[in-house]
Design a binder for this molecule. Structure first.
Ligand code: TEU
Length: 548
């Protein structure tokens, strides 16, 4: 007997970045009240769930990924009451709510870290985090050579309560984000309780931050030169990395899972940047995560052979552990795909694009990203969308240094501009202050003038707009239950520069570069090419969905 399909296996989940979705109080920073007011519009897109980037209490040194209280809302975004109102509204619209859990590190302002600073070396308080004595005659050298993902050393030396320089603490990210010691049972208990707090409040699950980084190699050995300190994605052949993807992290995965299993129908998605799909698939083995972002897919360019390979590898790799693939093209850490896909070569993930970098080809980016989305949304499995991509929103690539907030920018002295360009408040109405983000025109990051052209009200109900394309794709996807379908390649419908697959009675045909191709017969269900009916050939960088 086949078991009933679970919601998360096929769900389309929309990422809300609370700082930049909608600003109810007009202070330039998005908030929960603003989000609640815009939920009706969001529901019309046809999504199944939303994932919220962190809105917990935080000094905002890393845009909320530095949490000082996991069980409260930061006043910037509202109150727990505002959260409950939002949740109730979302639920009434049939939208599940997923929150972000940040268990690898807390803020340095978290009560536990503050207590650790005040306590003595080797105390139970210090043992909640990764404190070590330094090397050198007087402990003046960092305990090992690890570097922060955001640049610079991954260790910071503290001043002991007696006023003398003392131990060092590990931070894989910013110095304001000390890593927890996940070998300590008290840390595990703390997070069991955080999970239950939000599950009791009614969330459908979690997106788990840095899901591949919590376990560190015993003894904290030096990083060998050939191992990337970043995501490791470029090091396909690397052996064990001392902090990415250590075996012990799977015990933590199982611990989280056992808490979720105390509740009905909840799910968690791992943010695990790993070099191969085979490695990623370990995160979604039975008893571990429900989903894990398919970042190899995100990093695959619009290229026929490469896409075919990554889809095959994904279906085989995730299929081998009985999990669906979770497709994704954009999020708050990467260059928006409407811009990324306008380049032949893009900067490394997380580095961003600034005014000094060659500027993007906007038209190409629009064309290719629409095609890439239409190709992705036809695939079986789950999918994540990032706020604004349904508008075809490009990256802001010319943000001036004075507005930058990403710690990457500061830790690398501007060498890597970082991720602010994909985090800019999104446009709702072309002719309102801040393009409808709020009523005052304030905006924590400046919006580029071009966002006026992408505003939601310029696309709503307009045939051929990116917004209407997304709505159509999501509608057909649901109607044909493509998320729970099975992919069968259809080379009989493809040519040299095109790729075709069938899924639950729908043929998805993608034309890559080169000449136009003729269309197979059948009812046209959706297309990226606005004039398709007139021309009856599929141009390059276009995708069509046909009923078989
Ligand atoms: O990101 C973790 C991560 O490893 C990368 O995506 C990272 O942002 C990138 O390599 C930077 O160059 C997660 C969050 O998604 C990110 O926003 C946070 O900054 C980070 O964790 C720390 O919590």
């Amino acid at each position: 007997m086949p078991t009933e399909a679970k919601w998360w296996q096929s769900a389309v989940i929309y990422q809300i970045y609370p700082r930049s979705f909608a600003d109810g109080d007009g202070d330039g920073m998005g908030d929960l009240k603003g989000i609640t007011q815009r939920l009706d519009s969001l529901a019309s897109l046809g999504i199944d769930a939303v994932w919220f980037s962190p809105f917990f209490r935080s000094p905002q040194k890393d845009a909320g990924y530095d949490v000082s209280d996991y069980k409260d809302i930061d006043p910037l975004f509202g109150t727990l009451g505002d959260f409950d109102t939002m949740l109730e509204k979302a639920t009434s619209l049939g939208i599940r709510v997923i929150v972000d859990l940040v268990p690898n590190h807390s803020s340095d302002q978290h009560a536990l870290f503050q207590a650790a600073l005040k306590a003595a070396p080797n105390s139970p308080e210090r043992d909640m985090y990764m404190f070590r004595d330094g090397k050198g005659d007087s402990g003046e050298l960092a305990p090992n050579n690890w570097e922060s993902v955001f640049g610079g050393q991954a260790w910071t030396r503290i001043t002991e309560p007696n006023g003398e320089l003392g131990q060092w603490y590990l931070h894989i990210f910013d110095s304001s984000q000390p890593d927890f010691n996940w070998e300590n049972e008290a840390v595990k208990l703390e997070f069991d309780s955080v999970l239950r707090f939000w599950l009791d409040r009614g969330v459908a699950g979690f997106r788990i931050d840095v899901a591949h980084g919590m376990a560190k190699a015993p003894g904290l050995p030096d990083l060998k030169q050939n191992l990337s300190t970043m995501t490791g994605l470029e090091d396909k052949n690397s052996q064990a990395h001392p902090f990415w993807g250590q075996d012990a992290v799977h015990d933590i995965n199982r611990r989280f899972r056992s808490v979720l299993d105390e509740y009905d129908d909840r799910a968690m998605c791992g943010e695990a940047w790993l070099p191969t799909i085979e490695k990623m698939a370990k995160w979604v083995r039975p008893g571990e995560y429900h989903q894990t972002f398919n970042f190899n897919y995100l990093e695959t360019p619009w290229d026929k052979a490469k896409l075919e390979t990554v889809v095959n590898e994904s279906l085989i790799g995730f299929g081998a552990v009985g999990a669906p693939s979770t497709w994704v093209l954009s999020n708050h850490d990467v260059i928006r795909h409407a811009t990324r896909m306008g380049y032949d070569k893009v900067p490394k993930q997380g580095d961003g694009i600034g005014p000094n970098y060659p500027q993007p080809d906007e038209a190409k980016g629009q064309r290719v990203s629409r095609a890439a989305t239409a190709f992705m949304l036809g695939l079986p499995g789950g999918a994540y969308l990032y706020q604004g991509e349904e508008l075809g929103l490009p990256e802001h690539t010319t943000i001036e240094a004075k507005y930058r907030e990403d710690p990457t920018f500061f830790r690398t002295k501007g060498e890597r501009v970082g991720r602010d360009g994909c985090r800019v408040p999104i446009p709702w109405e072309a002719h309102e202050p801040a393009f409808g983000f709020n009523k005052t025109g304030e905006s924590w990051l400046p919006q580029p003038a071009s966002y006026q052209r992408y505003a939601r009200d310029t696309q709503e109900g307009i045939a051929g707009s990116t917004l209407e394309l997304y709505k159509r794709l999501l509608k057909v996807r649901k109607e044909f239950d493509m998320g729970n379908g099975e992919l069968i390649w259809a080379p009989e419908h493809a040519s040299e520069n095109s790729l075709a697959y069938k899924n639950n009675g729908v043929l998805v045909l993608a034309n890559f570069t080169g000449s136009a191709i003729s269309m197979p017969a059948g009812e046209l269900l959706a297309t990226t090419q606005h004039d398709l009916l007139v021309e009856e050939v599929l141009e390059h960088d276009q995708v069509v969905w046909i009923k078989l």
